[in-house]
Design a protein around this ligand. Structure first.
Ligand code: NAP
Length: 317
């Protein structure tokens, strides 16, 4: 019986992985997408997206990802619910890979696209870990409604923190937005809307030093970095949006990563390892947006296909 070797395995089922899958199956590759939970990725935790071209009105993260999923399935994308846990070379020649999965499968493939995305960074302060799901949250859409009518804290000064503070202001009694500098990093339009919102009170130059509460969040301790004055803010929930960390552990021994563990790619989305491509939030880049992730995914699939056809001696040159 001939060995079953996929042309391409895509790891991760967010917008980048699904788009790579759409392009690869439409291009005729024998392709499998592995997703450890449900397709969608971080975008499922996003309330609305306002800057994805083609949608004149804000679109819900869930709606956008379902559209991409349906489109990819229409071209026959094969999706398995399983987690890739190890990548290694099948032969010494380096032209085939084995992906071991959490369900003990050993999948063989000619090429890989890694689209494992990123996860929200933790503050790393006392009380944070212990009170996760008890008021500490990294998803306003998921957990915000649980604290309807209560006082809430949002930490961060980027697009995400301001977007989610605006969402929470519709539900909360009050939102205190704590940022470590004297101005926000987020785009001006979000800053204007936050400053116009009477439910949101920005607290600048301040860091959270502890999340307090016995069985659930009761308050946060903050420190003003300029005045060195400490304060306690009573609240029922703390939403933390201080940036992202790449999910690149799987590639640690395989490809070059930067000092923050983001995957380094070339212009064609190839990593330092022939046959392995990467796209989306897991890579080092200037702009982390859905629109950039899907563009990189199309480029990764296009170049992975060229690589696979060259391996098979079928390249159109
Ligand atoms: P971000 O732009 O990196 O901003 C992180 C914020 O958290 C910054 O204001 C940073 O402060 C602050 N911060 C970092 N570490 C901290 C710490 N230990 N304690 C306190 N504050 C800390 O991250 P993001 O807002 O989460 O967004 C992540 C990426 O997704 C961004 O590139 C963003 O543009 C993108 N995004 C895209 C969309 C979309 O596609 N529509 C929507 C939302 C976000 P400093 O400013 O002092 O560094």
């Amino acid at each position: 019986m001939p060995e079953n070797i996929y042309d391409l395995i895509i790891i991760g089922g967010g917008p980048a992985g699904l788009t790579a899958g759409l392009y690869a199956t439409r291009g005729g590759l024998n392709c499998l997408l592995l997703e450890k939970s449900i397709p969608g990725g971080q975008i499922l935790l996003t309330d609305v997206i306002e800057n994805f071209p083609g949608f004149s009105k804000p679109v819900r993260g869930l709606v956008l990802v379902n559209e991409i999923l349906e489109q990819a399935k229409r071209f026959g994308l094969n999706i398995e619910s399983d987690e890739a846990v190890k990548i290694s070379h099948l032969h010494k020649d380096g032209h085939r890979f084995i992906i071991e999965t959490a369900s003990k499968k050993r999948l063989k493939t000619l090429a890989i696209i890694v689209a494992t995305g990123a996860t929200w960074k933790r503050l790393g302060v006392q009380g944070e870990e212990a009170l996760i799901s008890k008021g500490v949250s990294y998803c306003a859409t998921c957990d915000g409604p649980l604290f309807k009518g209560r006082d809430m804290v949002v930490v961060g000064g980027g697009d995400k923190a301001l977007e989610e503070a605006l969402f929470l202001a519709n539900i909360a009694n009050s939102v205190k937005l704590i940022h470590r500098r004297d101005r926000f990093r987020a785009i001006q339009e979000l800053q204007d809307r936050v400053l116009d919102n009477e439910k949101i009170e920005p607290i600048y130059d301040s860091v959270v030093t502890e999340v307090c509460g016995r069985n659930s969040v009761e308050s946060v301790k903050i420190l003003n970095k300029k005045t060195k004055k400490a304060d306690i803010i009573p609240c029922a929930a703390v939403f933390i949006f201080i940036g992202i960390e790449p999910n690149s552990r799987l590639l640690k021994e395989m490809v070059d990563l930067d000092e923050k563990s983001f995957v380094i790619t070339e212009k064609n989305m190839k990593t330092s390892q022939d046959g392995i491509y990467a796209c989306g939030d897991v890579i080092k880049k200037d702009l982390y947006q859905v629109v950039t992730a899907v563009g990189e995914a199309a480029t990764a699939a296009f170049n992975a296909q060229k690589y696979i056809e060259e391996l098979k001696g079928k390249a159109y040159s």
